[in-house]
Design a protein around this ligand. Sequence first.
Ligand SMILES: C[S@@+](CC[C@H](N)C(=O)[O-])C[C@H]1O[C@@H](n2cnc3c(N)ncnc32)[C@H](O)[C@@H]1O
Length: 384
Amino acid sequence: MSHFRFIDLFAGIGGFHIAMHNLGGKCVFASEIDPYAANTYKMNFGIDPLCDIRTLDEKAIPNHDVLCAGFPCQAFSKAGKQEGFDDTRGTLFFEIKRILKYHKPKYIILENVRNLTSHDKGRTWMVISESLKELGYVITERPLIVSPHQVGVPQLRERVFILGVYSSATKKRGLHFDLPPSHRNQTNGITILNEKSQKDYAISQYEEYVLSAWDEFIKGVGRLNLGFPIWANEFGKSYNLDSLPGWKANFILKNRKLYSQNKAYIDKWLEKHNNLTDFVPTHTKFEWQAGEYITSIWDGIIQFRPSGIRVKRPTEFPALVAMVHNPVVGWEKRRLSPREVANLQSFPSDFIINSNTQQAYRQFGNAVNVKVVEFLAQQLFDQV
Ligand SMILES: C[S@@+](CC[C@H](N)C(=O)[O-])C[C@H]1O[C@@H](n2cnc3c(N)ncnc32)[C@H](O)[C@@H]1O
């Protein structure tokens, strides 16, 4: 399909816009409530999307062939309160429904967090899919879950996509998509790095010290013995665990066992590092999630998470999330630059990034991966 018209709801900074434009589409309407994101959108596409979709009369929206919407996910995400449709943000889906009912565009492309499919024991997905069918859309029987690593981009970011065709436009009863296998470790984090960023975004001296200490630890104790979260504050403790939840007591018992098996080394390590008293409490917790793949923290991708430090293989970055700290590229001892974060979301190299770095990270963390949308939309347009 070429020369089609699309609308971009909950537009953010335009991940859908870029994908649709690349496939030959023209944007005829966009809506975004956040003034910072709207400003980035306007700078890039010359369209001011600033408006609250809840206050907009659907009749004011021009006719279009494709409706795109990455509707807000807080209500469905694990990080949110899981209130689904009882949370007013969950009801933003009904704004999409209202617009679909009036315009009946040929195609719909919706995106949300993976958790949408299991939320409320699957009822949330049922409400959405039944609503779309009632409106006359043919959609896939099951939600499509796709991550950028499946299309060659080194980011693990599983998202659910709901694609549909208006029934009068197709004789098909269902849609079929060929998804690439979700094998991990086929991509390489290095491919999104930008040489020019090497000197910037360096981790702090404190962070380097903490990571060096943990790097000694994994070598001293053996990385393959670290198949559970390490809680250094538990080393040498023997208090009663009866009042703790089972999962917590289990981790603590594993930590106690690791300590008793490596007491001589760990005691020396603790002494050398002042019993970790200079560490921020969350940095006394550590997770090695790189298996055998690498032998040093400095060869991996590192996250400073509220639950502790986590090290992963260099094959793919964890999902960019608006709230969580930007990952550290171990072998360059620095964080990702906004341009690299743009690369991770498959935004083009001439995309104008918000000059406020924190806003830029947040905006890309909220965005949809362009290459994934292009991949799915092309299949949707090709089959009907
Ligand atoms: C998950 S993000 C979508 C990001 C977008 N797909 C992209 O590629 O950048 C959801 C967006 O919906 C916007 N939003 C939330 N409520 C809205 C409303 N009532 N009207 C318009 N936009 C809204 C948020 O500000 C946020 O940018």
